[in-house]
Design a protein around this ligand. Sequence first.
Ligand code: OGA
Ligand code: MN
Length: 212
Amino acid sequence: MTRRTMPAFEEQLESIADGLAEQQYAVTDHFLSDELTFQLLNRLQQIREEGELKKAGIGKHQQFQVDNTIRGDYIKWIDPGTAKQITQHFLEKMQAIKDYLNQTCFLGLKDYESHFAVYPPGTFYKRHADRFQQNPHRIISCVFYLNPGWTAQDGGILRLYLDEGQTKDIVPIAGRLACFRSEIEHEVLPAHKTRYSITGWMLDQIGSLTFL
Ligand code: OGA
Ligand code: MN
């Protein structure tokens, strides 16, 4: 009988750095244990039940607007100062990735900021890049998925648009972390079930959230 062992965190860090360097993205399964991933899902469901999610918009500050034809998700920004223990644990792991990428890839990453996200059935996020003129400080995008038993038939696929017309589809299954360079265009295809995740960015400056 073969027993599946969880890859050591060190190995995960190495494969994230290699993936980002060689193909501009990296997909890591079992980034957190099933138990911890489930705790994060519960935390997000609690946030939702408490009415703390807000309709996500596009553009920052005065340019901010809600547009359901572009994105239909609901979010809550994570404030590291007040986050619950399970969220703190997740943040620590993301900081470790940031530090590792700085040591190995010299990306000059200074901060990590993130939000919980919920896509109700029928919602999507049209093709876009996370790094753009008004927001040039996002260097690496990371999405951690919280959906047990999710399959491609449930929709909500993250599609990356890579060089030379190639695409990479990523199913948002619980425990999976998708990292990619923030200038890569990507989209979230319509979800057929409620889709839960934590999306974050590694920045080349300290913070951009002035509205927490
Ligand atoms: C985003 C985004 C991808 C995903 O929030 O900017 O592209 O898979 N999310 O949730
Ligand atoms: Mn995006």
